[in-house]
Design a binder for this molecule. Structure first.
Ligand SMILES: [Ca+2]
Ligand SMILES: [Ca+2]
Ligand SMILES: [Ca+2]
Length: 223
């Protein structure tokens, strides 16, 4: 799975026509307007009207010819709905989107899977830009989830899936920032099997018996 940058096009067009003037394609009405830093004269932003309706819909922020980030209103409703971030080599490293399409960025997808084959998607469930949920996919199949349920910046809940079936939900029940001390295990059809716990943190889990074994929180519920 890969996501090409939508901003590279505008940049390529501008550089082809030469930075310094407003670039317009007469047949389509597409327009790209460069902005320069008053003091250094460096190119700092390209504003584009990609669909030629007379309204700007795409902005690329640059340091000279190097793109830093981009913003676009791809559905032309007047609100930004796509954000792109580039590294020092101008490679696209993250794509931001808005789950409610209300102009608030709350989801970040990496453009390609990491070396371990997993594609990372991060969410700000509180929509405050703090990334409190992380999903890892192999192809289109969810494999791992990590969550910071109390917004202290530390992961305290982990889920492991096999073939999209939840097999394990683990918790740092003390919210101590340490590894999980309690786990809920499910069979290969997602049916509850048992709970085990490691209350003293020595890495050895023992099965919890009786009423204590009820899942701490039902899987999939965010609190
Ligand atoms: Ca437009
Ligand atoms: Ca929009
Ligand atoms: Ca936490």
């Amino acid at each position: 799975m890969g996501y090409p940058s939508i901003f590279a096009t505008g940049l390529a067009v501008l550089l082809a026509v030469g930075a310094g003037a407003c670039a317009a394609a007469p047949d389509t009405g597409r327009r790209i307007v460069p902005s320069y830093d008053d003091f250094t004269g460096r190119l700092v932003r390209l504003s584009a009207d990609q669909d030629g309706d007379g309204r700007l819909d795409q902005w690329t922020y640059l340091d000279g010819n190097r793109p830093l980030r981009g913003e676009a209103d791809t559905d032309r409703d007047g609100r930004i709905d796509r954000w792109e971030y580039f590294d020092a080599q101008a490679a696209l490293v993250s794509i931001g989107t808005s789950s409610l399409n209300d102009g608030i960025e709350d989801t970040w997808t990496e453009p390609a899977a990491a070396a371990n084959g997993l594609l990372h998607v991060a969410y700000s469930r509180r929509r405050d830009r703090q990334r409190d949920r992380h999903e890892y996919f192999r192809g289109a199949v969810l494999e791992r989830v990590e969550e910071d349920t109390n917004a202290d910046g530390r992961i305290d809940r982990w889920e492991r899936y096999e073939g999209a079936v939840l097999r394990e939900a683990a918790f740092d029940t003390m919210l101590s920032g340490r590894p999980a001390d309690r786990r809920v295990l499910y069979d290969d059809r997602g049916r509850f099997m048992y709970v085990d716990a490691d209350p003293d943190g020595d890495g050895r889990f023992v099965r919890v018996q009786g009423d204590e074994a009820a899942p701490a929180r039902p899987p999939g519920v965010f609190e």
